[in-house]
Write a protein that binds this ligand. Structure first.
Ligand code: PMP
Length: 366
């Protein structure tokens, strides 16, 4: 039988834990404690208020966040945050905000930020084809910048920072869309973190924002309500009809992380095992599978690689699909192959993929 779901290496929306999917299956018919389908429960119900509260509490517990942070569950994807951040923090500022351009997604942020004010691109990996991340001695962090913005994990190129960047006295803003809740992240060192749910913690439709209360002190007061963090905070993420279903599934994933996985340190350990296995397969392939990322900057989430020719890449995609694997095509911006190994993808699935890769290489070398 064709394996169901378990070999989903999609870059996003990504795989969800099986135990969560089983609960979702039930909830689509009927949430037991309510007696209604999750698709038809009012966002003004007590049940949904409790769902939002528990999701928020679970995220706080997983990250050890204190009361100085607000946890928001917003719409508009990570892309909406590309604008909401500078609308809130850049308008009317004298000094430019500093942005890092380390790949496709941090590049997408730049034009949106420029619509709101001056920014400085502190470093760009464009000239090296986004094959590596900068070292600290390549980065001149300014003390005057209203904030520093970077992407912790570049989903397309498979580059991930293993350290927190920037100065302690300049607010850090980080897009953690593709590695949020995949490992501990020293959240308290950031002023604002945003991450859409659709990689590691839920379906598309909801974006988690963690924001330090003090960051919003001087925020403009003339923003549209929907785009105003303060109004979203006041409304407890229920300013207009929120994506009830997506938030409910995200709650189930946070419960899974807390109670089945046992927290982010455990999740990190599992994710490291998966990544080590896959990168080993690249390194043992004598150049057949070539990683895009410089070795020290390899992502634990997205393993991006190329094969010796486009024809071989196409054969790899066709044969892997027949073998039951899904989502292995590289992002349309760069092509090649990408295996995304988010939280819910099992070690067994990665083992299966490495076996397939070894077989494929053997067959196509001869
Ligand atoms: N940032 C990163 C790091 C991403 O990987 C993505 C999408 N894959 C985005 C932003 C854009 O997210 P959305 O489609 O939710 O706007």
């Amino acid at each position: 039988m064709k394996p169901l779901n378990s070999l989903n290496f999609s870059g996003g929306p990504g795989a969800l834990p099986e135990s969560v999917l089983l609960q979702v299956q039930q909830a689509i018919l009927e949430v037991p404690e309510v007696g209604l389908s999750v698709l038809g429960i009012s966002h003004r119900s007590d049940w949904f208020a409790a769902v939002v509260q528990e999701t928020e509490d679970n995220i706080r517990a997983l990250l050890g966040l204190d009361a100085s942070y607000h946890v928001l569950l917003l719409q508009g994807g990570a892309t909406q945050q590309f604008s909401m951040v500078p609308m809130t923090l850049l308008r009317g500022q004298q000094a430019p905000a500093q942005y890092l351009q380390t790949g496709y997604w941090s590049g997408k942020v730049l034009p949106e930020a420029r619509l709101q004010g001056d920014i400085e691109v502190l470093w760009s990996g464009q000239s090296c084809g986004f094959s590596r991340l900068p070292a600290d001695d390549e980065l001149a962090f300014s003390a005057d910048a209203p904030y520093l913005h970077y992407v912790s994990n570049e989903t397309v190129e498979g580059l991930q920072f293993n350290r927190v960047l920037g100065r302690e006295d300049v607010p850090r803003v980080c897009d953690m869309s593709s590695d949020f809740l995949s490992r501990p992240c020293e959240a308290e060192r950031f002023a604002l973190i945003y991450a859409h749910a659709q990689k590691n913690i839920g379906p598309a439709g909801v974006t988690v924002v963690l924001v330090k209360d003090a960051l919003l002190q001087d925020a403009p007061t003339d923003l549209p309500a929907f785009l105003d963090y303060k109004q979203q905070i006041k409304a407890h993420s229920n300013l207009n009809t929120p994506p009830v279903f997506s938030i409910y599934v995200t709650l189930l994933v946070t419960r899974w992380l807390l109670h089945e996985v046992g927290g982010l340190a455990n999740m990190d350990q599992i994710n490291r095992q998966k990544a080590a296995l896959l990168y080993q397969a690249l390194d043992d392939s004598e150049g057949f599978y070539r990683g895009r990322a410089a070795v020290p900057d390899r992502s634990l989430m997205n393993v991006a690689m190329t094969l010796p020719s486009v024809a071989l890449e196409q054969a790899f995609l066709a044969e892997s699909a027949l073998a039951g694997f899904s989502g292995l095509a590289g992002h349309r911006a760069v092509g090649g192959i990408r295996a995304s190994i988010y939280n819910a993808l099992s070690l067994t699935a990665v083992q299966r993929l490495t076996e397939f890769m070894q077989d494929f290489r053997r067959q196509h070398l001869s």
